[in-house]
Design a protein around this ligand. Structure first.
Ligand code: CAA
Length: 260
């Protein structure tokens, strides 16, 4: 698959996706969202890929938000559709992907960019990263899941402060808030993301997918996460990975999981 606005490479069990619109600080336009959607689906269906890392090109921006030029003259109906299709095609897709996704936040991570990072399963940031949801300064609100996922990650009070002030936060403060897991120097960012990916790759892909489903279920409306956990726990016993993992433990060997 060839892409115009992103770079994709697979090596060492990792799919690296780099959003590549440096002149627009990697802002997400319709084409980028469609390409990201395709790449993430490709990553999930590629059995060689154990982790996906998403980052932005250059050293200035992860993603500076949705592309403001693209929606500047949208109507109410077009605005609603932009948000709805974005949720469906990218942000909900990433969150519920069975393959773990790490956001390597390498600079400005604003609006739709922070919303993309928050849909990922793990976030690591470089020490120059700046995070925020500036949408209300433009007269809109976060429309790619930000009002919900920020609240889940940092709590209602902090989420509302961040949204209502439209302010930017440095990486260290974002870590204190629980918005990112780790902060490191910019030249060590990919190394840190890859190190986490390496630790993930030692484990059962099948079980990891089931765990993602169970964790996400607890945040779904009208779904009892504990019941989903019981189901997914049972499901794990029917997998090849479970047989491999338990046998390896009993034989005092390292497991070599198949992801089945
Ligand atoms: N959309 C489109 N273009 C963008 C962009 C965006 N979100 N962010 C930056 N750019 C473009 C700028 O227009 C500029 O292009 P030109 O050179 O053609 O003028 C180029 O990227 C470089 O940007 P700046 O000159 O502004 O760079 P800077 O260093 O002075 O400032 C910045 C950097 C603080 C990130 C600033 O660019 C900025 O505030 N960007 C917008 C951030 C924003 O409001 N994001 C939220 C978007 S709305 C959204 O995401 C909605 C949603 O939830 C669905």
């Amino acid at each position: 698959m060839s892409y115009q606005t992103i770079l994709v490479e697979v090596a060492d069990a990792i799919m690296r996706i780099t959003i590549n619109r440096p002149k627009q600080l990697n802002a997400l336009n319709g084409e980028t969202i469609a390409e990201l959607s395709t790449a993430f689906k490709e990553g999930e269906s590629n059995t060689e890929v154990r982790t996906i890392i998403v980052t932005g090109t250059g050293d200035k921006a992860f993603v500076a938000g949705a592309d403001i030029k693209e929606f500047a003259d949208f109507s109410v109906a077009q605005g609603r559709e932009l948000s709805k299709s974005g949720h469906r095609n990218l942000f909900d897709l990433v969150e519920s992907l069975k393959t773990p996704v790490i956001a390597a936040i390498n600079g400005y991570c604003l609006g739709g960019g922070l919303e993309l990072a928050m849909a990922c399963h793990i976030r690591v940031a470089s020490d120059n990263a700046m995070m925020g949801l500036p949408e209300v300064s433009l007269g809109v609100i976060p429309g790619y899941g930000g009002t919900q996922r920020l609240t889940q990650l940092v709590g209602k009070g902090k989420a509302l402060e961040m949204i209502m002030t439209a302010g930017m936060m440095k990486a260290e403060e974002a870590k204190e808030w629980g918005l990112v897991n780790h902060v490191t120097f910019q030249n060590e960012l990919m190394g840190m993301a890859e190190k986490i990916a390496g630790r993930i790759a030692k484990n059962s892909p099948k079980a990891i997918g089931l765990a993602i489903e169970a964790v996400n279920a607890g945040l779904e409306d009208g779904v009892n996460g504990f019941n989903v956990e019981i189901e997914k726990f049972g499901e794990a016993f029917g997998t090849e990975d479970f047989a491999i993992g338990t046998q390896a433990f009993l034989n005092k060997e390292k497991p070599s999981f198949t992801g089945k």
